[in-house]
Design a binder for this molecule. Structure first.
Ligand SMILES: [Zn+2]
Length: 359
């Protein structure tokens, strides 16, 4: 296969072997996962990207100060074209699908990523097959189908959808894009770090917030922010990296367990369906990003998540339960003194409340 000349290569996280740009998910030598290595230093005005992304005019979501949980500034990611922050990653990954001239692909998702990938695939004229748990909110499936994606609901846990997607891709000889395994999805998330930095200059004396709290499942937002802020530091736009705190539900908290060197308890059902990922494939990278940014990983109860969602609703903003997890975590971080009264905090509100609505 001849690869277009993109100014990056893929480096194996396990054995370090370099591979040419491609939509392959694993190292041919050791089956390890990839990261993107660019051949050029970061530029001053925009994140490095592997190729042109597909546009539905995503990004540049608003910032809004809120008085909840001792106060924080929300980045309204649920105002993205498909109603969740996943648009950033989908725009980049489908940019690759377009660059490699795919006509059809297979993907698995708990819902939001699938809806985003189906939408950007539609914009690029590519057919998406999205495998998702049959238990995903029905509206997420409706969203996939509304933009011409083919939804394949799969009974059983989240992992069953991933396995069914791989089997279907093998049987039909279709590319499996897997936003969880592909390094390109998180590359699209870097734009959030760059945008935040641009939006905050002039708003606060010290442009960067002290803390960013995120809902974490497969970790694309965490890893994208980490890589984005590293680029910003390289070009001199950030003199430090905000502390990145990972918020999970007590019911599914593998990162919290890993950071505390504890075994992962068996997963339980959770209202935070968007982060119900018991075995995230990039757990080692996620652990390093939290540790190296001096962040914490916090697990919150199901009741605390729903209470935070209700309280946010009273401000006029409706997010899905997954997006309320960091608000519940902020309360804990303030209680235990990790976040002080005068510290600045950003929480991306990742998904719209309509995403979790019963239909
Ligand atoms: Zn390898």
């Amino acid at each position: 296969m001849i690869y277009p000349a993109f100014p990056h290569h893929l480096a194996c996280l396990q054995c370090g072997r370099a591979s040419p740009p491609s939509l392959e998910l694993r190292c041919p030598e050791c089956r390890g996962l990839f990261r993107v290595e660019y051949h050029e230093p970061p530029r001053r005005y925009e994140p490095r990207t592997p190729w042109f992304s597909v546009s539905l005019r995503q990004g540049w979501t608003s910032l809004m100060p809120l008085p909840l949980a001792g106060g924080f500034t929300a980045k309204l990611e649920f105002l993205s074209p498909t109603g969740s922050f996943k648009d950033r990653g989908a725009a980049m990954l489908i940019g690759g699908a377009r660059a490699f001239k795919l006509q059809e692909f297979v993907e698995d998702s708990s819902g939001n990523a699938g809806a985003a990938l189906a939408a950007y695939a539609a914009a690029a004229g590519i057919q998406a097959h999205i495998f998702l748990p049959a238990s995903a909110p029905p509206v997420k499936r409706a969203q996939i189908e509304a933009v011409g994606g083919i939804a394949h609901p799969v009974e059983g846990p989240r992992a069953a959808a991933a396995e069914a997607a791989q089997r279907f891709a093998d049987a039909r000889r279709l590319p499996f894009l897997s936003h969880n395994l592909s390094p390109y999805f998180a590359e699209g998330m870097k734009s959030l770090a760059w945008e935040l930095t641009s939006q905050l200059i002039g708003v606060t004396p010290d442009a960067l917030p002290d803390h960013i709290i995120l809902p974490v499942g497969n970790g694309s937002l965490l890893l994208g922010l980490w890589r984005g802020f590293q680029e910003l530091r390289e070009v001199g736009k950030a003199n430090r990296i905000p502390r990145l705190h990972a918020a999970q539900s007590e019911s599914v908290a593998p990162l919290v367990a890993a950071l505390n060197d504890q075994p992962t308890p068996p997963p339980a059902p959770t209202v935070a369906d968007g982060i119900a990922i018991p075995n995230p494939p990039r757990l080692a990278e996620m652990t390093a990003a939290v540790r190296e940014s001096n962040g914490a990983a916090i697990a919150v109860s199901e009741d605390a998540i729903l209470e935070a969602q209700r309280q946010l609703g009273r401000t006029g903003l409706w997010c899905e339960p997954t997006s309320a997890v960091p608000i519940a975590a902020l309360k804990q971080l303030r209680r235990d003194g990790t976040i002080r009264a005068e510290d600045t905090v950003i929480i991306p509100l990742t998904g719209h409340g309509l995403k979790a609505a019963a239909s």
